[in-house]
Structure formats: structure tokens, C-alpha cells
Design a protein around this ligand. Structure first.
Ligand code: R5P
Length: 295
């Protein structure tokens, strides 16, 4: 038998209204508790931003430069990532289950780099995503591509299933070879993903009018790093994107192909979470590389 609650003086704080704080993330207030909890394992509730480490490139291009041995090159970066974006194959075979942050599982695929990439299908069952404790699933959406409708269908299907179990869906705007990567295209692609239910959207940074992409997208936007550029330029791109309304980066090659990936991800964190100017973050990067050289 439980002990009786014999305390006479209870305090119900009747003068204090119950706290009812809106959820911190743009466009996410009306989700259920489980989905909000998973989003809190992707985005930092204090800064409202995320540094996602994207290492899923192998799903269509095999052992990408810098990802040949994920156990050797990527494991040292995990402690600096807010989230990992990867395939279930790499998650199960290499990532320690003690990784405490959100997992964003690559959930579309099919064609390799040798074929028409936009012809993707859903590549994971929701049961397996749940088994792997995924916070989100990621799906390419090829607006304007040959297989546009199929890729939109992949996303909406995952949104339906994801909503059922409280798993977020990251719509990844993938730009086909013959399409212009500008603000007009990105506004269109991001907005379509959001309208059709993506929990958040990944896009490329564009120099002109990027803020119109984030403003017209009702859910958080994160930027892809894209192909490798010099470290100072990558930091500037991340900084500009954040200043223009991005909620984070989903960066791969510009981190793991950097001369010093550990220093680079730390520098990226500085611009994303602390609004540190890119020049200052780059100085940190250079100093860290120099110190390591000296031994
Ligand atoms: C490509 O579709 C993959 O989703 C990558 O994860 C993505 O492109 C981000 O990686 P990166 O920063 O190397 O562009």
C-alpha cells in the first residue's frame, strides 16, 4: 500500500497561471509532444539553430572523399554536431548508439551517380526509422525535375507516416543540372515542400535575396554546404545564411573535406550558434590548425 499523503499544508500556487510557453521553432507550435521533442534533438532550444553534419553522400556516390572511413574521419566530429544526417547502413555499422543527439535518416534513394538521380523512391520503412530512434527522415524533392511528381509523392507519403508517429520530415530541395540555382527557384521549391507538409527544409544558399527564401518559407530552413570551397568562404556563407533567416546548416563536404575537419566544425558552430563574425571564426580555425602543426 502506498503511504498516505498526510501533509496538511499543500500549496497549489493558485495565484500563478500555469506556464504555457510556445514552442521555440518557427512554424512548429501546433505539433504533438513527441515531434516537438524530436525537433529539440535536432535544433538547440537555446539558440534555435542547428549544426547538422551531413554524411549521407554514399547513398548515391559510394565512398565519397573524406567519407572513405567514417570510423576514422567522422567519429571525432560527432561531439560537435547537433545532429547527424546519414543512411541507416552507416548508422548501424559505425555510429555508437551512445550518440546523444538527433538522427536524421536518409529515407529516399535508388539511382546511383551513374543514373538519373532524380528517379528516387522511398528507401526506408517507418518501422525501421522508429527502431533506429530517428528524429527525422530526409527526402530529396526535385522541383522542375523529370521525376518531380514521384519525388513530391515520396515526401508527402513520408509526411503522412511521419505525422502518425511524430517523426519530422526534412524536405531536401535538389536542383537538377539544367535548373538555375537562384532565389526564385529556391523560393518555389522550399515553399512547395513546406506547403505539402515538410517539417523543415534544406536548400542551397544563394547570394542574392536569400532572405526572401527564408521569409516565404513557413517552416525552418537550413542550408546545404555544397561543393568544397575555401574554409573562410564556407564560414562566410554559413554566417550570411544565418543572418538572413536560416535556422542552421546541414553541412558535409565543407566540414569533412576541410584541411582540419574538427577545427572547421567548431568554427561553423561559432557562426551558427554564437553569431561570431566569419573572420573571427576563421581566425580561430587557422590558430587551431597552426597549434596542431606545432604539436
Ligand atoms: C545530398 O543530397 C546529400 O543530402 C548531402 O547530405 C547534402 O548535399 C549536404 O552535404 P554537402 O554540404 O556536402 O552539400
Amino acid at each position: 500500500m502506498p503511504e498516505a499523503d498526510e501533509k496538511k499544508e499543500k500549496n497549489f500556487y493558485t495565484e500563478i497561471p500555469q506556464k504555457n510557453k510556445p514552442f521555440f521553432l518557427k512554424g512548429s507550435n501546433n505539433f504533438d509532444w513527441g515531434l516537438k521533442n524530436r525537433l529539440s534533438h535536432i535544433f538547440n532550444p537555446d539558440t534555435k539553430k542547428t549544426v547538422m553534419l551531413a554524411i549521407d553522400h554514399g547513398y548515391f556516390q559510394g565512398p565519397t572523399t573524406g567519407l572513405e572511413r567514417i570510423d576514422v574521419t567522422i567519429l571525432p566530429l560527432l561531439q560537435y554536431s547537433d545532429t547527424l544526417m546519414l543512411t541507416r547502413g552507416i548508422l548501424r555499422s559505425i555510429i555508437p548508439p551512445t550518440y546523444p543527439n538527433g538522427i536524421v535518416l536518409r529515407a529516399s534513394g535508388g539511382p546511383s551517380i551513374l543514373k538519373e538521380l532524380s528517379n528516387e523512391q522511398i528507401a526506408v520503412d517507418i518501422e525501421d526509422a522508429i527502431r533506429l530512434n530517428a528524429a527525422a527522415v530526409a527526402v530529396q524533392v526535385f522541383i522542375g525535375g523529370e521525376y518531380e511528381t514521384q519525388s513530391v509523392y515520396n515526401m508527402t507519403r513520408l509526411v503522412d507516416i511521419g505525422q502518425r508517429y511524430g517523426i519530422a520530415v526534412l524536405g531536401v530541395t535538389a536542383v537538377g543540372k539544367n535548373l538555375v540555382r537562384d532565389a526564385k527557384y529556391m523560393r518555389l521549391a522550399c515553399r512547395i515542400c513546406a506547403e505539402l507538409g515538410a517539417t523543415y527544409v534544406k536548400t542551397y544558399y544563394v547570394e542574392e535575396d536569400f532572405e526572401t527564401i527564408t521569409a516565404s518559407c513557413p517552416v525552418p530552413v537550413v542550408i546545404a554546404g555544397g561543393k568544397k570551397i575555401p574554409e573562410d568562404e564556407a564560414l562566410k556563407m554559413a554566417y550570411n545564411a544565418i543572418q538572413q533567416g536560416a535556422c542552421g546548416v546541414d553541412m558535409g563536404r565543407n566540414i569533412f573535406q576541410a584541411q582540419d575537419p574538427v577545427a572547421m566544425i567548431q568554427a561553423v558552430r561559432m557562426v551558427v550558434h554564437k553569431n561570431v563574425k566569419p573572420e573571427q571564426a576563421y581566425e580561430f580555425y587557422q590558430e587551431t590548425v597552426a597549434k596542431k602543426r606545432k604539436g
